[in-house]
Design a protein around this ligand. Structure first.
Ligand code: HEC
Ligand code: HEC
Length: 239
């Protein structure tokens, strides 16, 4: 676990400390180019005027005007999700590091393809208030799920499940139950490729009851509030 945290920390620092970025030996070329695209997008200034219209034109039909997703189609909520995490997932979809035909098609569109668009849209949706009424599970393993989350997951995802401030660890609160269950299976089965192998093995160790319990618990954590910019000690402001 310690080695794993250190690796993750290196990646996060590497992605965020733009000037001192040193390319780590990547497992294969695509992972490397996705990391570079993420880094490039995170270094851009998001353009406020462009944000809403781009989101309305390209994303609303599935993720909804308020960014709450669609429970019946397992489409995730994006409202209040962390800026850098959203950028990284758009990079992952565009580099086929994350499997999903629908999102592959979306990120290949002319207006979405550019890293500037990723920064613009991510800045917009990360500031939308989170979903207060996500789809939940049936409540049968809630206590188990709460215990697991606070013992095994909150060290990275934070006690309020809001994700980490520097962003590569996602918020999980206000997210739909069936989407969370689906992604826990995807991560455990190594179908999200640009993810630390230790995290994949760790999530693989949970059984079905535990997965359902933790997803149910998370889906009930109300996502009031939204992500804000963070001012660092040195005075720089990050999304
Ligand atoms: C035609 C429907 C559709 C459209 C349009 C669409 N998405 Fe998605 N999006 C999905 C689906 C389905 C998923 C879940 C993918 C999966 O299961 O891995 C998803 C997943 C995502 C994720 C990953 C969220 C997470 O929690 O990891 C992000 C980020 C995202 N979409 C952003 C966008 C943006 C930005 C746009 C507009 C430029 C957009 N999507 C347009 C259907 C859509
Ligand atoms: C060491 C840090 C760490 C720990 C511990 C951890 N996670 Fe994560 N988790 C991450 C990171 C980083 C990602 C983003 C992976 C990516 O970039 O695709 C993630 C992604 C996820 C996602 C996908 C979210 C989405 O929107 O698609 C879910 C669900 C999740 N974690 C649940 C859990 C649960 C449940 C636990 C505890 C059993 C847990 N995680 C423990 C770091 C961690």
């Amino acid at each position: 676990m310690r080695a794993f945290n250190r690796n993750l920390g290196t990646l996060i620092l590497g992605l965020l400390t733009i000037d001192s970025w040193v390319l780590m030996p990547a497992a294969h070329a695509s992972e490397e180019s996705v990391d570079q695209a993420t880094k490039a997008a995170l270094a851009l200034d998001a353009k406020p005027k462009h944000r809403r219209s781009l989101y309305s034109a390209q994303c609303v039909s599935c993720h909804g005007r308020a960014g709450f997703g669609d429970r019946s189609r397992s489409i995730p909520a994006l409202a209040g999700q962390r800026f850098a995490y959203i950028v990284r997932q758009l990079a992952n979809f565009s580099g086929d590091e994350r499997e999903n035909d629908t999102m592959h098609h979306v990120v290949s569109r002319r207006d979405v393809h550019a890293t500037q668009s990723w920064a613009d849209i991510a800045a917009y949706v990360s500031r939308m208030p989170g979903n207060p009424a996500a789809e939940t599970g049936d409540g049968s393993h809630l206590a188990l799920g709460r215990g697991i989350f606070h013992e095994q997951c909150s060290s990275c995802h934070q006690a309020d499940a809001g994700g980490d401030h520097d962003g590569l660890v996602p918020a999980l609160k206000g997210q739909h139950y069936s989407y969370l269950v689906g992604q826990l299976h995807q991560l455990a089965a190594d179908r999200r490729h640009n993810v630390d192998q230790d995290l994949q093995r760790f999530l693989h160790s949970f059984d079905e009851q535990e997965i359902e319990g933790v997803a149910d618990y998370l889906s009930r954590q109300h996502a009031l509030g939204k992500s804000h910019q963070v001012m660092r000690e040195n005075g720089t402001v990050v999304n």
